[in-house]
Design a protein around this ligand. Sequence first.
Ligand SMILES: *Cc1c(COP(=O)(O)O)cnc(C)c1O
Length: 388
Amino acid sequence: MDLSYILNHLGEERETYRGAVSPPIFQSSIFAFPTVAAFREGFRDEFKRTTYTRGNNPTVEILRKKVAALEGAEDCLMFGSGAGAIAAGVMASVSAGDHVICVHKPYSWTRALLKDLLARFGVTHTFIDGTDIANFEQALTPATKLIVLESPNSMTFEMQDLAAVAQLARAKGIRTLCDNSYASPLNQSPIALGIDMVAHSATKYLNGHSDVVAGALCASEKIIRDVFRGPYMTCGAILAPHDAWLMIRGLRTLPIRLQRIAETARQVLAFLEASGKVDKVYYPHAISNPQFALAQAQMHGASGLLTIQLRVDDVAGVERFCNALKRFLMTVSWGGYESLMFPVCAVYSAHAPVANPGGSPLSFVRLSIGLEEPEVLIADLEQALAAI
Ligand SMILES: *Cc1c(COP(=O)(O)O)cnc(C)c1O
């Protein structure tokens, strides 16, 4: 199936809605049946029938088909957030007494899911450095049921060899989940590499317009049916029909947005690497990245999220840089049409040491490259670096 067919046509039954090119928003919580026999059918297999919007909704279903096809998965469920999608995938895969292996710097709420929430229900975990396959082998226990990956992660972009982890897990009957938000389905295909479940914060590149919080979980129909029967229907973290419609609209331009963002990121990277005010740039496709060869081999292309380590003596220097930037908005999240910055020092006291032995150095500023003209962004960075 070609990409433009998926984005423009797949799942859209236009003949059933009078030829409307943009699909209707089925803004209905319930769907009525003409007879008891039909109603009974609706109950028999809620996974396939449209009865109640917590289960299925026709607008959300269009989106499910498109995201599944983008990931090369048999099926997909959409959630009200990426955190909801990850939690559902994990919870559907473990029981009390089971053990989970997870990369050591995952998204913060993925860490909290294992460390704070599931630990209370008797699920144990080990966080490991996922850059070396030997660390997975060492962390395995007879109780290991799930391996949680995030490649690249969203701050310093460490990667895992997805095919190698999948092979190791499959040989032992262990399920794998990969958070693919950074790469998007266009730049990395974990399922083709043998990974069982792929999760997305669809809030980021998939939607791309900073106006929807959403998540996706892609897998085989068997696993998706499991997730549906379990955490999806039980916890009810669904995506509303209107948000699904906005996401369908956002998806139409995913390839052209990512293409532009990657090209601009390449130019911004070159500028930053040449700057005397920047100690280091973290970016999967930077030649200086020790995992550059893996990025080239495993990913189909580059994205637009990178982190710079500023050459500063104190947090005040970072603040001067960030406060001077005009075209990068200062906030959380990433992946939209607009460029963003996230200074790590904002989550610590202004008087904390720049080195920060407990976590990311306070001289880190993450940049999400948007759709602005590259020269506008570079000029803005240049004046802000001068302000340090
Ligand atoms: C943002 C993010 C999430 C969480 O997604 P939400 O849509 O905010 O719930 C998960 N993983 C990664 C890598 C993210 O960047």
